[in-house]
Design a binder for this molecule. Structure first.
Ligand code: AMP
Ligand code: ZN
Length: 486
């Protein structure tokens, strides 16, 4: 039975989806105003592993991931600038160009890291009308109030506001006030209240002289019954998840930074709007740090997968590194640890290549070996089902590699495990097989050798062309003829 740690209940629970075998699963996606970094990579590898573990358990996963291309402000207290607009000014491009460029960069990162693409990837800017509909519903139900800055959600109207944090309402008020880096929006009734819709300059909102010019340049804005403006970040995920997965669904993931505000507010507005429970299982990945600080775009202390590659590391090495620690613990990134992962991953690849070359004919497994295979499979399954204990699952993989079960069965088991680990181990066999020189080619090489010894150069050359057409190259060296795959 798959067990997962649920941030909502603070317990590790048996996973029982609402409508088995279907699992409806939403992941908060990136805000596309700058390059994706390896901190994001860690969170999205975690979500990928979760999807793979669900599939390994026979579930039919329907997964949605959004792209935040509007409304995510530089401050969590609703007073900062829209990160997308800021990115556009920085690069002197349109917000739409910025969004496209960094979405493509993010998608490229997913491919490099062998992260499965969620079935549905949706952009916030394509769902503005759904967001407006939810805000209208909240207004009808009396959960909203309008101030000069926008339309806000009144968090005091919900008896269990903040349940994801496990903190009482008054404590949340204080911690938010203390944590606010910029001034709190004036007119907000409680510090936990949050924007559903923000007015833009052309929507009649006034800005102080320092912000005035910037506000006038805003590119993304829409009409609404309250005034021209743009949606708050949290309403985006409520609208898109409910649109594709229904009002109550199984799993929602994100980084731990989303717990106190983004996800807390998603729950509040969704449950207030529908009167139903929003999500059954909330899972959060802890952060990737650099020298003890969260790796982030805003701190500028980030590395991209591209930086890793430039230093000679394959993206799969980074994936391997992330699999060596629990998703619920923060991880400090160092180049030393990446080197360690590289050594381990290369070793694993070498062992599997060797193994692939050893596979000849299959024999029936002895009872003892069959027991071993089953034991390994069970241990692996138990590890991944124990709240995604991937470090332990990796240890089982290594035990298999070192075991004495026959190469063919060993190989099958490794490939089965790799359906969850996603370390691209299945590609090794193909490569290894491809690089083998067939008997037919060997014969041609010998024939050419004889022709050349008899000084029949033209005929020898024809044979060389024939060999090259089959995808091999020939090199005449002092040690003899060398043949290799092109
Ligand atoms: P953002 O682009 O900031 O909206 O972040 C997209 C996702 O990446 C969120 O789930 C964040 O929690 C996660 N994330 C951002 N920075 C890090 C980090 N340093 N380590 C792990 N996850 C991160
Ligand atoms: Zn979200």
């Amino acid at each position: 039975m798959l067990r997962l740690y649920n941030t909502l209940t603070k317990k590790t629970e048996d996973f029982k989806p609402l409508n088995p075998p279907i699992v409806c699963f939403y992941s908060c996606g990136p805000t596309v105003y700058d390059f994706a970094h390896i901190g994001h990579a860690r969170t999205f590898i975690f979500a990928d592993i979760l999807q793979r573990v669900l599939e390994f358990n026979g579930f039919d996963v329907k997964r949605v991931m959004n792209i935040t291309d509007v409304g995510h402000l530089t401050s969590d207290s609703d007073s900062g600038e829209d990160k997308m607009e800021k990115g556009a000014r920085r690069e002197k491009k349109s917000v739409w160009e910025i969004a496209k460029f960094y979405t493509d960069d993010f998608m490229e990162m997913l491919v490099k890291l062998n992260i499965k693409k969620p079935e549905i990837i949706c952009r916030a800017t394509d769902h503005i009308s759904s967001m407006i509909r939810i805000i209208e519903l909240l207004e009808k139900k009396g959960f909203t109030y309008k101030i000069t800055d926008g339309v806000y959600f009144d968090t005091s109207k919900l008896s269990d506001y903040g349940k994801l944090t496990g903190q009482p309402f008054d404590k949340l008020q204080k911690s938010l006030k203390a944590g606010a880096r910029v001034e709190v929006v004036s007119g907000k009734k409680h510090s936990t209240d949050f924007a559903l819709w923000k007015f833009s300059y052309s929507g009649g909102r006034s800005f102080d002289s320092a912000q005035d010019d910037v506000a006038k340049q805003r590119q993304m804005e829409w009409n609404s019954r309250w005034g021209r403006g743009f949606p708050g970040w949290h309403i985006e995920c409520s609208a898109m998840s409910m649109e594709y997965l229904s009002e109550t669904f199984d799993i929602h993931t994100g980084g731990v930074d989303h717990i106190p505000i983004h996800h807390t507010n998603e729950i509040a507005q969704s449950e207030a709007a529908t009167g139903k429970s929003f999500v059954k299982y909330w899972l959060h990945a802890d952060h990737l740090l650099v020298e003890g600080e969260k790796m982030s775009k805003s701190l500028g202390n980030f590395y991209r997968v591209y930086d890793i590659e430039k230093k000679g590391f394959s993206p799969m090495v980074l994936r391997y590194l992330f699999l060596t620690s629990s998703y619920r613990k923060s991880m400090n990134f160092t180049w030393e640890s990446l080197k360690g992962a590289q050594t381990a991953y290369k070793n694993l690849q070498a062992q599997i290549r060797q193994l692939a070359d050893q596979i000849t004919t299959r024999t029936n497994l002895s009872e003892e070996k069959l027991k071993k295979v089953n034991k390994f499979r069970q241990e692996f399954t138990d590890s991944i089902n124990n709240d995604l204990n991937i470090p332990s699952a990796l240890a089982v993989l290594w035990e298999v590699v070192k075991s004495n079960i026959p190469p063919g069965d060993k190989y099958d088991l490794i490939l089965l495990f790799d359906e969850v680990l996603g370390l691209d181990l299945n590609k090794l066999k193909v490569k290894s097989e491809k690089s083998k020189v067939s008997e037919e080619i060997k014969e041609l090489v010998e024939k050419r050798e004889k022709l050349r010894q008899g000084k029949k150069w033209d005929e020898g050359d024809q044979i060389r062309q024939q060999i090259e057409k089959s995808g091999f190259t020939i090199e005449d060296t002092p040690e003899g003829t060398k043949i290799s795959r092109r």
